[in-house]
Design a protein around this ligand. Structure first.
Ligand SMILES: [Zn+2]
Length: 200
């Protein structure tokens, strides 16, 4: 356990050198985490109690005081509830990203459809690029526009279909750079007008 000597001494003194659970004054008192570390319990004194060895290994005949047990159980229950909620949040983000990437793929298939089941090839890095677009919040309409320009260029014989996706990615990059420049300028104006307040 990563409880320092100083905190150990502080806890023992606070608890009167007695086991918090059975009140024994055994010499070799240990320090017990009320909320287990595995459940996120801290190493701070408010989560630590003096504890005899028997109580620590759970072999004592005396039950730990019930309010404390109830409190720990309540904490654990609440902790697990929020842990689940936090994971659900991550899952939702992943699902949303997958959906976005999937829509980029569908768009590509749709725009570069050559009939008889053939489409322009996608480079190995296409999904990585799509996840990047998702990360910076590129509107799918902008990507659709870039895909269309890319196909047009291929049809004019000015671009090889093997380079079509990366060419489109270049267009997206340029458009987003323009969009970010505009957004930056507008944000500055908005803040200036409000005399240094927030843009919204
Ligand atoms: Zn004890």
């Amino acid at each position: 356990m990563s409880v320092s000597k100083r905190i150990r001494f502080e806890v023992l003194r606070r608890d009167g050198y007695k086991c918090h659970y059975c009140h024994s004054r055994e010499e070799k008192l240990t320090i017990d985490h009320v909320i287990p570390q595995a459940l996120g319990g801290s190493d701070k004194p408010d989560n630590l109690v003096a504890c005899c060895q028997a109580c620590n290994i759970g072999k004592t005949s005396i039950n730990p005081d019930e309010p404390l047990v109830a409190q720990v159980e309540k904490w654990a229950e609440t902790f697990h509830y929020y842990l689940k909620a936090a994971q659900d949040g991550i899952k939702t983000d992943i699902e949303e990203e997958n959906e976005y990437v999937r829509s980029i793929f569908d768009l590509w298939e749709q725009i570069t459809d050559l009939g008889d089941g053939y489409r322009y090839p996608l480079p190995d890095t296409w999904a990585k690029t799509a996840r990047y677009w998702h990360g910076i919040g590129v509107d799918v309409d902008i990507i659709e526009h870039a895909f269309r320009l890319s196909r047009e260029r291929c049809e004019l014989g000015k671009l090889r279909i093997g380079n079509a996706y990366n060419y489109a990615a270049g267009i997206v990059g340029n458009l987003m750079r323009d969009a970010m420049d505009s957004a930056r300028a507008w944000t500055q104006d908005a803040i200036r007008q409000k005399g240094g307040g927030n843009a919204d």
